[in-house]
Design a protein around this ligand. Structure first.
Ligand code: MOS
Length: 750
């Protein structure tokens, strides 16, 4: 933990901000090489079947076309699946572009055109004619749920449902108050601003520099080295700047495969950038059906929780996420039964999308809790407070910290929840029905293994380096703050070097673990620099710091000083000069405290309060106010932290009201693969969003007390919106998104 707070905890603007707003920050598609080629991918127009012929004659006649690749002439690649498995690969067979004549999903890459200009490549791609035999497709989770199965190989053991507790069915049958309902989520598509792209610089002799849009430069490097049998020491992948990703860029995508394949084959530099349409055929948040049954006594004490979830996966991989286990740990209950299955559909493999699993499963639980509150006739917030629990009952472990009461209290006060009139349809403003709803959120506060290097120069300048990514979250800034705090310097004196695969080992940026992981690594390396500085100081004659330990010293105003008396110390420059050094660099490795984690588990928590105004005649819902109160451990930077939560809330509103993968189930094709027909919230959809960070000290979640904020902001938002819509209208709509047609067609509950 930090003893002081001069830089950490301040709302410092992004240190990479000026580069971004002046266009100097280059994204993957913005790098150019002399004489480079351009690639364009041809996408399948069926969802299931076989290619019987590929006609490239017209395409080949387009001026500037260099080569067209299909499954018939694709260069050789690794044979074994293990070589294709990236760091976060799933059980099953990884997708191999142009492997054979089989089409497994709509938009599957089926040919790849390389040309002298992007225009030639695109035009030629449009002239590649595919002849298929199309087969019947199955893409509707509602129709296919009878084919669901328990994943035979678990992606992670914590995704497996906990063993049942008590007898949930019996408790449910005998309870005074109960509800049971099905909740359906249509699939969602990630839509980061930056399109997937890779610019590959061909350097000869097996060497490449690759600018890739990815959440993990080392994951991309290891993937291409595995697939193309390249030497990892000769391949550098860079992702200096990433224009959003939300989980879509955790796993390498086909643009990277094609770019490296063609660069190797043609010995040229090449760029491949996806179209927005192409982005829709990748990883998606899977469609999901859940049944949640809750029962309580007359005072609202939960007596039974049953949660069954089924979500989609592809034909070739078993995608898994933790959808339902949250229901066993969010509230105190002795009778719990959780089950989880997946079902194969003719669609691309789903993938992690902001708070994967929790955004879906907690949404169902929190809508069900709202239904139960009405059933009993108590306030939805009171029902949650009554069932508060400070222990993870699934794992029977203590929770490192859970300042959720403070979220409830401070969120409700800011929102004005006590003014709420309990009955549905009882609040009105002009022509609009007004509804107030709330929900809780939860996300695992994870720390992973990570490394960092920190270098302190004699002139007081600091360099921090790690292969971490900043996917728009503020990683550059918080790492700079952590180093500036330890060395008592201005953040301007710190250079943060991240986003390159040849820097200290770091996992993919995901799961909200980067601040906790790389942040702790930077702090540990910085403390190691101080320790090393002290050793040098103690070799000076005489040394005022001769008899102290590194625990007793710190840096203040450019000097290594005694913590208890800043008068006693030596200037950094003098210590280095005496030892003939110009800088000191230390490398640190960190990981979760496995011993502590035998007893503890760590989560971030939230309470979300939402006001909607509904024009019932037009079916239009406006989310006019949101208060999101977050318990996320130590907040390193309230400004970038707030942006994380704002982004999560906006995405949650999209999930509640707008975002939906519209599939024509007769053909298995995605119909709304563009930003005109797949609506993500625009400015006009977003009104007041207020973020509160409640005080939460946690010395176990991570060495720096951080829990991570990338995901928690979205969890519970869609449920709070849907609960507010019920309060406004008396209409309980259990299939997201809650679009105009559903408001118009739904009946008001009794
Ligand atoms: Mo996150 S969905 O692990 O990028």
């Amino acid at each position: 933990m930090f003893d002081q707070s001069k830089v950490v905890g301040l709302p410092i603007s992004r240190i990479d901000g000026p580069l971004k707003v002046t266009g100097q920050a280059r994204y993957a598609a913005e790098h150019f090489e002399p004489g480079m080629l351009f690639g364009h991918v041809v996408l399948a127009t069926i969802a299931s079947g076989r290619l019987i012929a590929v006609d490239v004659r017209g395409a080949e006649r387009v001026p500037g076309v260099i080569k067209i690749y299909t499954h018939e002439n694709r260069p050789k690649t690794a044979y074994r699946d293990s070589k294709w498995k990236d760091a976060v690969a799933l059980p099953g067979h990884p997708f191999r572009p142009l492997e054979n004549d089989r089409v497994l999903f709509d938009g599957q890459p089926v040919a790849f055109v390389v040309a002298e200009t992007p225009e030639s490549a695109r035009d030629a791609a449009a002239l590649v004619h595919m002849h298929y035999t199309a087969e019947l497709t199955h893409t509707d989770i509602v129709a296919e749920q009878h084919n669901s199965y328990e994943p035979p190989v678990a992606r992670m053991k914590q995704f497996l449902p906990p063993p049942p507790r008590g007898d949930a069915e019996q408790a449910f049958a005998g309870a005074s108050y109960k509800i049971s309902a099905d909740y359906i989520l249509s699939g969602e598509h990630h839509n980061p601003m930056e399109l997937f792209a890779a610019t590959v610089r061909f350097e000869g002799d097996g060497a490449f520099t690759i600018y890739d849009k990815t959440q993990g430069s080392q994951n991309s490097r290891d993937y291409v080295c595995g697939v193309f049998d390249l030497d990892p020491d000769k391949v550098i992948v860079r992702n200096d700047f990433v224009g959003g990703a939300f989980g879509q860029a955790l796993r390498p995508k086909h643009h990277l495969f094609f770019a490296v394949m063609a660069s190797l084959d043609l010995s040229r530099s090449i760029k491949v950038e996806m179209s927005r349409r192409e982005m829709f055929y990748l990883t998606w948040r899977p469609s999901c059906i859940q049944t949640v049954s809750l029962a309580a006594d007359t005072e609202g004490n939960l007596e039974a929780v049953l949660h069954h979830a089924v979500h989609a996966t592809s034909r070739h991989e078993d995608y898994q996420e933790n959808v339902a286990n949250w229901s066993g740990l969010a509230y105190k209950c002795d009778n719990v039964k959780i089950s989880y299955e997946i079902v194969k559909l003719d669609l691309a493999t789903p993938g992690d999308m902001r708070a994967p699993g929790a955004a879906t499963g907690v949404n169902a639980l929190e809508t069900a809790m709202d239904e139960l509150a009405y059933e009993i006739g108590i306030d939805p917030l009171d029902l949650r407070i009554r069932n508060f629990v400070h222990r993870d009952q699934n794992l029977d472990k203590a929770i490192t910290s859970k300042a959720l009461h403070a979220c409830y209290r401070e969120g409700a006060a800011r929102f004005g929840w006590s003014e709420r009139s309990p009955a549905p349809r009882s609040m009105q403003e002009g022509n609009d029905l007004v509804g107030w709803g709330m929900a809780s959120g939860i996300w695992e506060a994870m720390m992973s293994k990570g490394e960092a290097k920190v270098r302190l120069s004699a002139d007081g300048k600091v360099t921090v380096s790690a292969a971490a990514s900043d996917i728009g979250t503020g990683t550059y800034t918080i790492l700079g703050q952590i180093a500036a705090e330890v060395f008592d310097c201005a953040i301007e004196a710190v250079t943060v070097d991240i986003g390159k695969s040849d820097l200290p080992k770091t996992g993919v940026e995901g799961g909200s673990w980067t601040a906790a992981t790389t942040g702790s690594a930077v702090q540990t390396a910085a403390r190691a620099v101080i320790k090393s500085l002290l050793t040098h100081a103690q070799s000076m004659e005489p040394s005022p710091l001769a008899d102290v330990t590194d625990e007793q010293v710190e840096i203040a105003e450019g000097r290594l000083v005694l913590e208890s008396n800043h008068q006693i110390g030596i200037a950094i420059a003098d210590i280095m000069a005496a030892s003939g050094l110009i800088s000191i660099e230390e490398h640190a490795k960190v990981g979760p405290d496995m011993l502590a984690m035998k007893k503890y588990v760590s989560y971030s928590h939230s309470a979300v309060f939402v006001e909607v105004k509904v024009d019932e005649q037009l079916g239009i819902v406006r989310v006019t106010r949101v208060v999101s109160a977050i318990a996320g451990g130590r907040i390193l930077n309230p400004k970038t932290a707030r942006s994380q939560i704002l982004g999560g809330v906006v995405m949650g509103i999209g999930m509640a009201l707008h975002e939906e993968s519209a599939i024509d189930h007769r053909t298995g094709r995605i119909m709304n693969h563009n930003l005109a027909e797949y609506h993500i919230p625009a400015h006009a959809d977003i009104h007041d969003v207020d973020v509160i960070f409640v005080e939460e000290d946690d010395d176990k979640a991570s060495p720096i007390g951080v829990k991570g904020l990338g995901e928690i902001g979205i969890v519970g938002v869609a449920a709070a919106v849907s609960n507010a819509i019920f309060h406004a209208t008396g209409k309980r709509i259990r299939r997201l998104p809650i679009t105009i047609d559903k408001i118009l067609e739904s009946e008001t509950a009794e």
